[in-house]
Design a protein around this ligand. Sequence first.
Ligand code: NAI
Ligand code: BGC
Length: 281
Amino acid sequence: MIPNLGEKRMTTELERPLVGQVALVSGASSGLGHACAVALARAGAQVVVNHHPHDIDKAHEVVAEINAFGGQAIPFPADVSDQAQVQSLFAQAKQIFGTVHILVNNAGIQQDAKFTEMSLDQWQRVIDVNLTGQFLCAQEACREFIRRGVQKDLSPAAGKIICMSSVHQAIPWAGHVNYSASKGGVMMLMESLAQEMAPHRIRVNAIAPGAVRTPINRDAWDTPEALNKLLTLIPYGRIGEPDDIGRAAVWLASDASDYITGTTLVVDGGMMLYSAFNNNG
Ligand code: NAI
Ligand code: BGC
């Protein structure tokens, strides 16, 4: 039950709804992970900024950005596709902050190739990072959420998991079968996990971004020609910005979404609206 809060506490809850909670964001040294880490920290969470071992400098910049506005964050390297590294990531988070309340399962990559030319390594690496990485992090998170249980003064939920999916969990994508298969897998991972974890008061949801301006899709927006072509796919008429996703992550992590589990929140400016049909098909 959401407690009956006084007006002052209510204001704080609206502005900084995650005070007292610990969030772990995977792949937080860039793009959407960076935006989620900053947004969660602004909402009051203490943040573990996970980064790929190769991305240490960028992760330290994210931590410095959070510290600069008075937020609390630590960087921690781990390749999310490696179980031992994921286990030490969560062990470190627990050692420093005591527990974890929120996981943003964000780390992801593309390794694009025509299907007939895609190597097994390209297939496997994308599945390992985008899908197995989310499995490994979610498993560690759920174990901790169940061990700790609900802390009623913080949230009616024992934990919240937000899986970064994509519109390509539903939109087929030629030349990217490894990626779209990984995101289709993320969708069923999220929904099955939500079903299994609900009795533990663990909420599991996904965000499905459309095209958002980050390094992963630079080719799609870094020239006027490319951007104009991309915009033909987006009815709302603009590319997404990482903060669009950061705000969605805060809402899904907060008690404002307490009755929501097993849902994909599409944040895509209408990319999934079949806009080719807007003129009578
Ligand atoms: P990005 O390339 O800017 O960031 C990806 C992050 O993941 C980087 O920080 C990278 O170091 C990290 N990473 C990669 N492999 C890792 C590993 N093995 N272990 C730990 N961290 C690792 O790309 P972006 O756009 O921020 O992507 C983040 C997530 O958002 C991905 O899951 C991607 O599939 C998803 N997404 C992005 C969209 C976009 O338009 N930018 C749209 C839909 C989904
Ligand atoms: C991909 C981006 C792409 C977007 C929309 C994302 O999942 O990572 O490269 O721009 O989907 O197609």
